[in-house]
Design a protein around this ligand. Structure first.
Ligand code: TRP
Length: 321
């Protein structure tokens, strides 16, 4: 079974990315043959900043490896290291109705925000379909926000097989993460870079802990019991603390006598400890300057070999070969 997913390089990894995408991908690498890539072509549809693109790709590679991606088990590569994906995207675009792309939420949301859409943004789902179909992917783990893009992929795959013959491409199945799509941010809204409410997973200890100390709380007096429902502190604490420590904090809220500052300190400590092994691994990776490039180069070679097999099959089916 082939499992494939792509991650956009969009800046420092935060707790929402970690629990929403990174951690599930790391867990899934034992369930089949994992192909994970950094979607650098896709990132170009929303930002044109060469230096930032290079930095973000590099950081995502380092951080993903630090979080447990094992290059001995998963094929890890940059999307643009396999330019074959563009040829497949072109072929797919010739069977993809305009109307299918025009109704995509992510496209409509961006244009509604007043962003002048480029063609790449409109064609984003076609390139994503090419990413998936190029590797005969069976399972594609994605967040809820990508559900519609997976439906588009399946529609396009179905059309291709209908026109050019069954088996031209493999029909992929999505694995949608319903639960983890709602990691809350430091202000209680969904954690998202666009809200500026993220908690990065790597960085300096003091500034990161300070972010936690600034979580807004109500004005309940120290002695009084504190609400446990919709508590930002408790919701985040549950991600990092053991079940016992979490229950203890709930009890302490209900009993009263402990202030929010104390709860935040516990949260900050649990958060810092949780990422300690990843931080240590990251330091090791950074100390070995050639490591990341070597991993990505080896991944690209494996990915390309697979891609050219599939592309050959598709080229023959459509009459290009
Ligand atoms: N669009 C995805 C996101 O923003 C990233 C992505 C690109 C992807 N190509 C993919 C995910 C192929 C899964 C499969 O999250």
């Amino acid at each position: 079974m082939r499992i494939l997913t792509g991650l956009q390089p969009s800046g420092k990894l935060h707790v929402g990315n970690y629990f929403g995408a990174i951690e599930p991908a790391v867990r899934l690498q034992d369930m089949g043959e994992a192909f994970y890539f950094i979607a650098d072509y896709h990132a170009m549809t929303s930002a044109q900043d060469p230096a930032a693109l290079r930095t973000n790709v590099r950081e995502l590679a380092v951080d993903f490896l630090a979080c447990g991606l094992d290059p001995a088990r998963a094929v890890f590569f940059r999307q643009s290291a396999v330019p074959e994906v563009n040829e497949l995207a072109w072929i797919l675009s010739t069977v993809c109705p305009m109307s299918l792309l025009a109704k995509c939420h992510s496209y409509k949301d961006k244009t509604a925000q007043g962003i002048a859409p480029n063609h790449g943004l409109f064609a984003y789902p076609v390139l994503m379909a090419a990413d998936i179909l190029l590797y005969d992917s069976n399972k594609v783990p994605v967040g809820k926000d990508q559900k519609q893009h997976l439906e588009v992929t399946r529609d396009i795959a179905g059309k291709l097989n209908e026109i050019f013959g069954a088996g031209t491409v493999v029909l992929p199945e999505p694995i949608i993460r319903e639960d983890t799509a709602v990691i809350i941010g430091l202000d209680g809204r969904k954690m998202s870079k666009s809200y500026g409410n993220t908690l990065p997973i790597f960085g300096e200890e003091q500034p990161l802990k300070k972010l936690i100390m600034k979580i807004p709380t109500d004005s309940t007096a120290v002695e009084a019991p504190k609400p446990t429902e919709d508590s930002i502190i408790l919701t985040l604490y549950q991600l990092f603390a053991s079940a016992g420590d979490y229950t203890a904090m709930v009890d302490d809220h209900q009993r009263g006598g402990i202030g929010y500052g104390d709860f935040k300190k516990r949260l900050a400590a649990a958060y810092w400890d949780y990422f300690a092994p990843m931080r240590a691994r990251r330091t090791e990776i950074l100390a070995d300057p050639g490591y990341v490039d070597a991993v990505l180069a080896a991944g690209a070679e494996l990915a390309r070999a697979e891609a050219s097999k599939v592309l050959d099959r598709v080229r023959r089916a459509v009459g290009l070969a």
